[in-house]
Every structure is written in structure tokens, then in C-alpha cells.
Design a protein around this ligand. Structure first.
Ligand code: BGC
Length: 331
């Protein structure tokens, strides 16, 4: 009952089916039934591979090795999710399915030419989606190499609604985020550079909290709800993966557990969803899905005290995230 479907446009995860508490398998991510939907203005990065640099870069500018680079300003006054026409979510990747004794997957590759969307270097990217045998788990593994120093920050932009796309809001989903700290932002959603504690704030998700419980506190902000980068607590000693977040939906009984090699996660509560019609002709209203985007922190290329996103020639960018599904044990 566990199925992941991927398309070559944007190396996009288009469907993700997993069983609910009655044993019925169903899709848990937003998207469209046709490529035309993904090409339309209604597509808000549904399920795509986001890059070359996901999230925001202040004013679409950065300086690297003494040279200033200018990127598209597509989210006034900033650059968002890699640009406009040739960002990784909009181009067609090559795909090859594979099988080994551990499971099966699909490997997508794309080479973004030097100067594409203003970024330096020929960047070769690989994204592998992998489903182990007999497991309700999807691994997403990224690799990239370049011939010029360049910023890279890749994530998957799946919108989850564990009751299924086109269901009610996610305000009754319960969320836990394994982060003591977050990166506060200005009113254009660019980090101030500070790293602050979630303690005593409405951003504290260290214990499971219903998403709707405190969201109204953020309604009158630029983000219209949750749209925050959390600084994930470190992985256990000697381990590559850290526990990032847990999302639980009582209605379907589905639980999503995310682990990652990344230092941060953007929690976005679907505040800009506008009721557009998607899969099965169902509308996707405001806050009817949640994105949990594992990544390096926003605007890292302009922030000296954040972990670096610069990939150098000869080095390999590597990043992995596991989406693990289970059912509520307590029932
Ligand atoms: C960002 C939101 C943005 C959305 C676009 C998220 O990753 O954090 O601010 O509106 O992507 O779909």
C-alpha cells in the first residue's frame, strides 16, 4: 500500500500513498492530475525539488570570491526557490528507475549550466527517491557537483495533508519539531542573523502541539501563519541523521516522522494556498497543507554565522531526508 510517484518535470514527487488506520491506502500530498496543472500559476512548488537554492536570498544578491551575483527577485524584494524560468522545479530531468536487494527507486539527474538563473558554475544534480522493501518509508537523497564555487541548498517541497489532498485544514494535525532554536526574520522573511530560543514562544514545538492551537498569533505577520526556519537539534554522536519532525493526524491515524542530515527545517503552514483546484478537482484552501522542508537556513549565502551552503569544485554536496510513515500506536 505504499507508493511514491515521481515526474521528470522538477524531479517532483506527485503522489505518495500510505495506509490509514483502516488499512486503506491513500495519497497524502497536494498536487495536480496533469502536467498542465504543474505548469500553471496554481502550482506553488507542490512536491518539487527546490533549488538551486531553496528559500530566500535577500534582495536576490550575493557576493562570492569577490564577485557580485544578481538573481531574479521573484518574491518582492527577495529571490525565492531558485528563480523564475530555469529553477530546478521547472526544468525536465532525466530519470532512471532502479532496483536492488534493499528496495526500488528512481534516480533523476539534471545539469544546470553556468549562469543559469544567475548562479555560477555548471551544477550537476542527482536526486534519488528510494522505497525500501516492506517499509512505508521514502528516502530522498541529493548529490551535486560543480566546476565553480556556488551556493546549493536543495529540498523537497511536498505539501502534506495526512487526511488526503483537498481535505480540511491541517489545523488539527499535531506537530513536533526537534528544535530548541529558530532563526528570527524581518518583515520580508529574511533572517536577521540571530539564532534564538523557542522557549516561552509560540514557536515551541518540542512537545507535540496542535498546529491550530497558536497559529492565530502569526496571522497578522508577513507570513500569515507559520513560515519559520528551525535550527534542528544535533544528531546523536556518530550518527548522520537527526530526528527533525513528527506530524500526526488523528482522523486518518497516519503519522509522519522526518529524519534528515540537514541542520534546519522550514515549517510552512500553507498560508498562501488560495483555494486553487488540484488533484481530483478538489480545492486547496488556506492552511490545508503543511510543508516541512529540510534544508540549510534561509539566506545562508549572506549570513556569516549560518552553516555554509557553498559547494566548491572537487567537493560533493550530499543531503538526505527520510519520510517515514506509521499509524498511531495508541489508537
Ligand atoms: C516558503 C513560503 C512560500 C512558499 C511558496 C515556502 O517554502 O517558506 O514563504 O510562500 O514556499 O510556495
Amino acid at each position: 500500500g505504499f507508493v511514491a510517484k515521481v515526474m521528470t518535470r522538477g524531479a517532483t514527487l506527485v503522489q505518495l500513498h500510505t495506509p490509514d488506520k483502516d488499512g486503506k491506502s491513500g495519497d497524502v500530498i497536494l498536487g495536480f492530475d496533469s502536467v498542465a496543472g504543474y505548469e500553471s500559476e496554481d502550482n506553488q512548488y507542490f512536491g518539487c525539488t527546490t533549488g538551486r537554492v531553496c528559500n530566500r536570498i535577500a534582495k536576490g544578491k550575493f557576493t562570492l570570491d569577490g564577485k557580485e551575483y544578481t538573481l531574479a527577485v521573484n518574491n518582492e524584494p527577495n529571490h525565492l526557490h531558485g528563480g523564475v524560468e530555469r529553477s530546478l522545479d521547472k526544468v525536465v530531468w532525466k530519470a532512471k528507475s532502479y532496483k536492488n536487494d534493499k528496495g526500488s527507486g528512481v534516480r533523476l539527474t539534471y545539469t544546470s549550466p553556468d549562469g543559469d538563473e544567475g548562479y555560477p558554475g555548471n551544477l550537476s544534480v542527482t536526486v534519488s527517491y528510494f522505497v525500501p522493501k516492506d517499509a512505508t518509508r521514502l528516502g530522498i537523497h541529493y548529490k551535486a557537483t560543480t566546476d565553480k564555487s556556488t551556493p546549493v541548498n536543495l529540498t523537497n517541497h511536498a505539501y502534506f495533508n495526512l487526511s488526503g489532498p483537498g481535505s480540511d485544514t491541517v489545523l488539527n494535525h499535531v506537530l513536533r519539531i526537534n528544535a530548541d532554536k529558530y532563526t528570527p526574520v524581518d518583515d520580508t522573511l529574511i533572517p536577521t542573523g540571530k539564532i534564538e530560543s523557542v522557549e516561552g514562544t509560540d514557536l515551541d514545538f518540542r512537545k507535540p502541539v496542535r498546529i491550530g492551537k497558536r497559529i492565530e498569533k502569526f496571522t497578522d505577520t508577513a507570513a500569515l501563519g507559520y513560515d519559520h526556519n528551525y535550527v534542528l537539534n544535533a544528531a546523536p554522536k556518530g550518527k548522520d541523521y537527526r530526528f527533525a519532525a513528527m506530524l500526526f493526524d488523528k482522523k486518518s491515524g497516519r503519522r509522519l516522522r522526518i529524519t534528515t542530515t540537514e541542520p534546519g527545517i522550514q515549517f510552512y503552514s500553507g498560508n498562501f494556498l488560495k483555494g486553487q483546484k488540484g488533484k481530483g478537482d478538489k480545492p486547496f484552501p488556506h492552511r490545508s497543507a503543511v510543508c516541512l522542508e529540510t534544508q540549510h537556513f534561509p539566506d545562508s549565502v549572506n549570513q556569516e554565522n549560518f552553516p555554509s551552503t557553498i559547494l566548491k569544485p572537487g567537493d560533493t554536496y550530499k543531503s538526505s531526508t527520510i519520510l517515514g510513515f506509521s499509524l498511531d500506536e495508541k489508537k
